[in-house]
Each structure stands twice: as C-alpha cells, then as structure tokens.
Ligand binder design. Structure first.
Ligand SMILES: Cc1cc2nc3c(=O)[nH]c(=O)nc-3n(C[C@H](O)[C@H](O)[C@H](O)COP(=O)(O)OP(=O)(O)OC[C@H]3O[C@@H](n4cnc5c(N)ncnc54)[C@H](O)[C@@H]3O)c2cc1C
Length: 342
C-alpha cells in the first residue's frame, strides 16, 4: 500500500499558490486511483494553519506542518530539513509536490538524503498494474515517456498548468506540528525585490501568449524599419491584455549581433527548441516565420494563430489553427485601438 504525502510550501501571505492547489488535485486523483493507500498533507511555512484550513475538505487522513519564521522563506538548508522531517513523519512512499523553483531546488537533495528517487516536471499520473506511473517529456518536449519506479520514497514534482487547481471546501484542519531542529544557515533572507508588474512581461499564468518575431525590426514595404511603432504595438497589447510576451530566437539574438533591437526583449522571452515551452490557452505569433525550432516550443499552447505577410510562412504549413495574411503593424494598431475603447 502506498502512503502518499502531498507536500506544499505557503506563499508570503500564508496562502497556497496556484501550482500548490494544482498539485493537490493531482495527488488526490492518484490517491483515488491507488485505492486503499494513505493520504497525508505536509505544509511548510511561517504558520501553516490558514493554508491547512483552506484545504481542510480534501479528505486527507492527517495534516502535518513545519512552522516557523525560518521556514517561511526559500532557503535550501531550512526547506530541505523541513521536507525531510515531513516525509519521515508521514513514512511516505510517494511524495507529490509542485514544481516551484523553491521545491525544484530543494527536493532532489531531500530525495538523496532519504535514499529515494525523484522525477521532475511530471505532466501526468495514472495507476496501472497496481502501481503509480508518471508521464514526463524528454528531449525538449519532443518525446513523452510513461514510467514507473520501484524505489521509495519516490518524489514527483508536478509541472505547473497540467492539472486544474483544487477547489474543494475549506474548514478547520487539525494540524500536527512536526518539530525540526533548525540547521546551520549561511543565508539570511532580508527581502524580495520583484520587478514591477509592467516590467515583468513573462506571465506564465496568462491566458494568452503574444510572440514577437524578427519581422518587427525588419524593413517594411516602405523601405524603413519602425522600431518605435513596434515597441508601442507590442507593449500596448501586453499591457492592455496582461498577456505573456514571447519571442523568436532571431529577435532576441539581434542585440548580440549589433542590430537595432527591442530593448524589453531578453533571451528569457525566447520560445522554442533552445528556449521555453510555455503553457497558455491561446497563442498569437506576430512577424514570426513559424520555423520548426521555434514552433516546437508551442507544443502546449492550446489554440494557435499567426499574423504574417507571407502566405507561405511556416504557420500556414499546418502549424497554426488560423493564419491572418496581413501586416502585423496594421492589425495590432487596430486591435490596440479596439482594446482602448472596450
Ligand atoms: C539548433 C537550433 C535551435 C533553434 N532554436 C530556436 C528557438 O528556440 N526559438 C526560435 O524562435 N528559433 C530557434 N531557432 C531559429 C529558427 O530556426 C528561426 O531562425 C527563427 O525562429 C526565425 O525567427 P523569426 O521567425 O522571428 O525571423 P524570420 O525568419 O526573419 O521571420 C520574420 C517573419 O516576419 C514576417 N514579417 C515581416 N514583416 C511583417 C509584417 N509587417 N507583418 C507580418 N509579418 C511580417 C516575415 O514574413 C517573416 O516570415 C533555432 C535554430 C537552430 C538551428
């Protein structure tokens, strides 16, 4: 019989983040399929009571918590000590946790300490032949594998955006406090400096991804390039819709090649084989040719549309649901005007 531990850390305000609630859905789904096992919740934070109450109705057999100011911040030594203590207390054989940067950094080490194994960025779960199986992607999302392991504890980091956030009832949870001796620390967290919401244009939770390609900086039919208009169009749309901004490789490489650039674009925006593989419900590619090394990064984008002057561009070769053969400058100007009116 498996003993499943759902492991989460609280956010700065004591709540559970979206990725944590998604992982709770995943853990409950697997527990339901592996009927007969035990299911426990383990929480880490300054004070986990509010987070435990929020998910009190999830049907867990036990709620365990590591509380304390030193456990409220992301720091390897304290997070690893807290997670290891919770796994030991629950005698967990399967540990499901969200693939947040905090856990992605810590849990591989915890798995090593406890003699377990870990699989990261898990995108699917199922019970088969009496045991758990997971799905994850390899080779930059080109191959999907379904695999299982016999080693325990088996840690599974669940990729964000692959399960619906749990939305069950709140209540009053009886949390058992698990004491952890604070390990020696060299790192003192004195605060978090986040980019302003306008400067931060990569928004993984946004409904829509807008991709800008190198065409925005190229000479247009009038023989001129129009970088200022490009900047206004792209940023105007991103600001009005709070979409996430992506880029082709050619556009972000231009800075290094000494060409005129769009200053708000960095390599972090790059989507594709050597870039990111974001998950958004919809995507709109503008002035981007739709070559395979770029489009492979669109694997998890639900509905794809593209605006290109070239009716023979890559998007038109079966890679997009809709291709608008049009001038993206003109289309986006009109779209932004409509957005202003609404
Ligand atoms: C090993 C390898 C890895 C790679 N990894 C990546 C990756 O991760 N991500 C990535 O993006 N690329 C990657 N590439 C590069 C990729 O093959 C393409 O070169 C790149 O995606 C092209 O970028 P682009 O479409 O923006 O530019 P271009 O190919 O220059 O296309 C510009 C497009 O803009 C259109 N256009 C111009 N003006 C307008 C207008 N006014 N309105 C509408 N359309 C207009 C043009 O018709 C053209 O189709 C990789 C390549 C290799 C070899």
């Amino acid at each position: 019989m498996e003993k499943i531990l759902y492991l989460a850390h609280t956010e700065a305000d004591g709540s559970l983040g979206k990725a944590a609630l998604e992982t709770l859905s995943a853990a409950l789904e697997l527990a339901g399929q592996l009927a007969g096992g035990e299911f426990a919740v383990g929480l880490i934070g300054a004070d986990v009571q509010a987070a435990a109450d929020r998910i009190a109705g999830c049907g867990a057999g036990a709620f365990l918590g590591v509380n304390g100011d030193e456990f409220s911040v992301s720091r390897y030594s304290t997070d690893a000590a807290a997670a290891a203590a919770l796994v030991r207390e629950a005698e967990a054989t399967l540990v499901l946790a969200p693939a947040t940067s905090r856990f992605a950094r810590t849990l591989p080490g915890v798995s090593q300490r406890l003699g377990g194994r870990i699989d990261t960025q898990v995108t699917g779960l199922q019970a088969a032949n009496g045991g758990p199986w997971v799905e994850r992607w390899y080779y930059r999302q080109r191959m999907a594998a379904t695999l299982t392991r016999s080693q325990r504890p088996w840690f599974l980091l669940i990729a964000a955006g692959t399960f619906a956030p749990w939305d069950g009832g709140a209540g009053s949870a009886d949390v058992k406090a698990v004491e952890v001796e604070q390990p020696p620390t060299r790192t003192r967290v004195i605060g978090i400096e986040a980019a302003s919401s306008d400067a931060q244009t990569i928004r993984p939770d946004a409904d829509l991804l807008l991709v800008a390609g190198a065409g925005w900086t190229k000479k247009q039919p009038d023989g001129q390039s129009h970088l200022e208009e490009a900047e206004q169009s792209i940023l105007g749309f991103i600001e009005a819709t709070q979409s996430s901004l992506g880029s082709s490789k050619s556009l972000v490489d231009q800075a290094g090649e000494g060409q005129r650039v769009l200053p708000f674009m960095s390599h972090l925006h790059q989507v594709g084989q050597t870039g990111a593989t974001p998950r958004h419900r919809k995507g709109l590619a503008t002035c981007c040719h739709g070559e395979e090394p770029h489009v492979v990064g669109w694997r998890f984008i639900g509905e794809r549309r593209a605006i290109n002057l070239d009716a023979g561009c890559g998007w038109a070769q079966g890679k997009a649901d809709v291709v608008y053969v049009a001038d993206a400058f003109e289309v986006m100007e009109r779209v932004n005007a409509l957005l202003k009116q609404s």
